[in-house]
Design a protein around this ligand. Structure first.
Ligand code: UT7
Length: 335
C-alpha cells in the first residue's frame, strides 16, 4: 500500500483539573499511610478530586473548550469526538455523546474508548486512522477520568494513587503542501495482553458482577490492583513500545527532545528514562500534583508541557502509556 499523502496534526491542546486538592497529609488522616511513604514509593504529593456534581463529561468539556480555543476552531467544525475513559458518566450513552451535547458539536460522530491508562493513545490512533484515510477531517480526542468515583477510601494500596482530570487535543487532516504543519503524529504502536486482566481491574458493577445489596459492602465496584506485578509489566512494556514507535518513525533515542510518559509512579518513569538513556530534563513529570489520572494523564501532561513552553516547534516528543487490560501504546510526534 502506498503511504497516504495526508497525515494528522495536533493543532490545539487543553486540559482541566478540578479545584479541590487532596494532599498526602489529608489521606494520612483517613487511612494508615504517610506523606513519607507515598512520596518515596510513588512521587505523588497531592491529587485533584472532582466535586460530587462534577461528572467526567463536565471535565472533558472544559478541556475540549480549551483545546478548541487553542486551535482557533469552533465546536461545529469538529467531525469526530472520541473520549477515552474508564469512568464514563453512565454505561450509555457514551460520554462522547454527552460532551457533544455540552459543546454543541452538532457535526461530530461520537464514541468512547475503554483502554484504561492507554486510552488516550488508543483514541489518538483511532482518530488518526479516520483522518489519514480521509473519513473525517477534524477530531477532538479527549482523555477524561473521575477515578475518585472508583476508589475505596479504606484501601491504602490504591486510594493514594489516583486523581481526577481531563485533557484534550484537536487533530486535523494535513495534506501535501502543508508538510511542515505542527504537532504531526509520526508513528504509533499499540499492544494488549488480556491474560493479565486480573492484575488491575474494577471487578464489580458490570454484567459479570452487578452490585447487589449482598455484595455492596465488599466494594467490588472499586479499583483492585496487584501493584508490584503491574509495576514490572509497566516498565517492560512501555520501554519496548517506546523503542518500537521510534523505529517506526525512523528515529533514534538521541532524537527525542521530550518523553511524556504515563504518570503512575515516579520510579516507573525513571526506569523508562534510564532505558531510553534520557536525562531528567527530557522527561516530563507532573504526577506530584495530580497522581495517576489514567486516560487523562498524557493529554494533561502534553497540554502543560506545551503551555509552559517546555516543548517547541520541531521537537520530537515520545508519548508512552500502560494500563489495565493490560494495554500499552506509544506515539511519536514532531511538534
Ligand atoms: O496506571 C496503570 C499502571 N499502574 C501502575 O503502573 C502502578 C504500578 N505499581 C506501583 O506503582 C507500586 O507497586 C505501588 C505504588 C502501587 C506500591 O508500591 P510498592 O513499592 O510496590 O509497594 P508494595 O505493594 O510492595 O507494598 C509494600 C508495603 C506493603 O506492606 P508489607 O506487606 O510489606 O508489610 C503494603 O501494605 O507497603 C504497604 N503499603 C502502604 N504503606 C503505607 C501499601 N500502600 C501503602 C500506603 N501507605 N499507602
Amino acid at each position: 500500500m502506498s503511504p497516504s499523502p495526508c497525515t494528522s496534526s495536533i493543532i490545539g491542546t487543553g486540559s482541566y483539573v478540578p479545584e479541590r486538592v487532596l494532599t498526602n497529609d489529608d489521606l494520612s488522616k483517613i487511612v494508615d499511610t504517610s506523606d513519607e511513604w507515598i512520596t518515596t514509593r510513588t512521587g505523588i504529593k497531592e491529587r485533584r478530586i472532582a466535586a460530587a456534581d462534577e461528572a467526567t463529561s463536565d471535565m472533558a468539556t472544559k478541556a475540549a473548550l480549551r483545546a478548541l480555543e487553542a486551535a482557533n476552531m469552533k465546536a461545529e467544525d469538529i467531525e469526530l469526538i472520541i473520549v477515552a475513559t474508564v469512568t464514563p458518566d453512565m454505561f450509555f450513552p457514551s460520554t462522547a455523546c454527552i460532551v457533544q451535547k455540552k459543546l454543541g458539536a452538532a457535526n461530530a460522530v461520537c464514541f468512547d474508548i475503554s483502554a484504561a491508562c492507554s486510552g488516550f493513545l488508543y483514541a489518538l490512533q483511532v482518530a488518526r486512522n479516520f483522518i489519514n484515510t480521509g473519513t473525517r477531517g477534524t477530531a477532538l480526542v479527549i482523555g477524561a477520568e473521575k477515578l475518585s468515583s472508583l476508589i475505596n477510601w479504606k484501601d491504602r494500596n490504591t486510594c493514594v494513587l489516583f486523581g481526577d482530570a481531563a485533557g484534550a487535543v484537536v487533530l486535523k487532516r494535513v495534506c501535501e503542501g502543508e508538510a511542515d504543519a505542527p504537532g504531526r503524529v509520526l508513528s504509533t504502536v499499540m499492544g494488549s495482553d488480556g491474560n493479565l486482566v486480573d492484575l488491575l481491574k474494577v471487578p464489580g458493577g458490570g454484567s459479570a458482577c452487578p452490585i447487589t445489596a449482598e455484595n455492596a459492602e465488599s466494594r467490588p465496584n472499586t479499583i483492585h490492583m496487584e501493584g508490584r506485578e503491574t509495576f514490572k509489566h509497566a516498565v517492560t512494556r512501555m520501554s519496548q513500545a517506546a523503542e518500537q514507535a521510534l523505529e517506526l518513525a525512523g528515529l533514534q533515542k538521541s532524537d527525542i527532545n521530550m518523553v511524556i510518559p504515563h504518570q503512575a509512579n515516579a520510579r516507573i518513569i525513571s526506569a523508562i528514562a534510564d532505558r531510553l538513556g534520557l536525562p531528567e530534563d527530557k522527561t516530563f513529570m507532573n504526577l506530584q500534583k495530580y497522581g495517576n489520572t489514567s486516560a487523562a494523564t498524557i493529554p494533561v501532561a502534553l497540554d502543560e508541557a506545551n503551555r509552559e513552553g517546555r516543548i517547541k516547534r520541531g521537537d520530537v516528543l515520545l508519548l508512552v502509556a500502560f494500563g489495565g487490560g493490560f494495554t500499552w501504546a506509544s506515539t511519536v510526534l514532531r511538534w
